[in-house]
Design a protein around this ligand. Structure first.
Ligand code: ATP
Ligand code: MG
Length: 255
């Protein structure tokens, strides 16, 4: 389908089209399409912009990433389809390992995603030959690399499933999530829940990484003063403000 540029929701329609194409190519699973719908619904509520509290969490995420000894970034089908370039740029800026980690795993799909990341400039992407398991997770969801997610002290998990985010946090890792749903188990379990849209969040985090990697004192200050629960409360307050503003209705124009 050709989407006219003049369509008021052009970007959003193009994104949906991109995901459908990725599904046809076998990178994204049908469950990923449903997950995107949940994300879009939340993004309407947030006004499709990065909120002030999300920006605070993004800066904290950057501080934890630059201070990490072994940072890793987890990539699934949706993340690779929507933001391969942004992932690669962020991974290079930190620098962090990239590991493909799929909820609905098949070797063929891991291979396709690794290739798409390599086309975007990534090198040494992990995921194809996992050598260990995340404890207390069943089946293929647990497979991971010692060199990557399993051995990481700080792990960025965009669009992650709640169970796995919880299992990683239980291993003592700093878990940074990117998830538009502040009520998802992922956001609830993460050490640093970033409640923002993926393609906005990643470049923001990268920008802060570039600022903070030469300023270890500031990075330490930000990581130490970051208040996870307070930040989530600020996200709810922002939503509350948005809905109250909407409930008041459109402002009358002054004559
Ligand atoms: P739980 O964390 O409780 O398991 P869930 O069942 O919704 O929640 P997932 O399948 O991991 O778990 O959901 C993916 C999450 O990603 C959803 O919460 C959805 O809102 C969010 N999401 C989808 N697309 C985007 C996007 N582009 N940017 C940010 N978040 C997104
Ligand atoms: Mg989730």
């Amino acid at each position: 389908m050709k989407i006219p540029r003049s369509h008021p929701r052009y970007t959003s329609l193009m994104t949906r089209e991109k995901l459908v194409k990725a599904w046809k190519a076998g990178t994204v699973v049908p469950e990923g399409l449903i997950a995107h719908g949940r994300g879009e619904a939340w993004d309407y509520l947030f006004g499709e912009e990065t909120s002030a509290p999300a920006l605070v969490a993004e800066k904290a995420a950057a501080a934890f990433l630059v201070r990490a000894k072994r940072p890793a970034i987890s990539v699934n089908g949706n993340v690779a389809s929507l933001a391969a370039r942004e992932i690669v740029h962020l991974a290079k800026a930190v620098p962090a390992r990239i590991e493909v980690n799929l909820f609905h795993r098949s070797d063929a799909r891991v291979r396709r995603i690794v290739r798409s990341l390599e086309r975007a400039g990534a090198r040494g992407v992990l995921g194809l030959h996992p050598d260990t398991r995340i404890p207390r997770l069943d089946s293929a969801r647990a497979l991971s690399h010692r060199e990557g997610i399993h051995g990481a002290d700080v792990v960025l998990v965009p669009l992650e499933d709640g169970d796995r985010a919880e299992a990683l946090a239980r291993m003592g890792k700093v878990v940074i999530s990117v998830d538009l749903n502040p009520l998802s188990r992922t956001s609830q379990r993460a050490t640093v829940p970033v409640v923002d849209e993926l393609t906005r969040a990643l470049p923001n985090i990268e920008k802060f990484v570039r600022e903070l990697r030469g300023d270890s004192k500031e990075a330490r200050r930000i990581a130490r003063t970051y208040d996870r629960d307070g930040n989530l409360r600020a996200v709810y307050s922002f939503l509350n403000w948005r809905l109250r503003t909407l409930a008041r209705g459109p402002r009358r124009r002054k004559r």
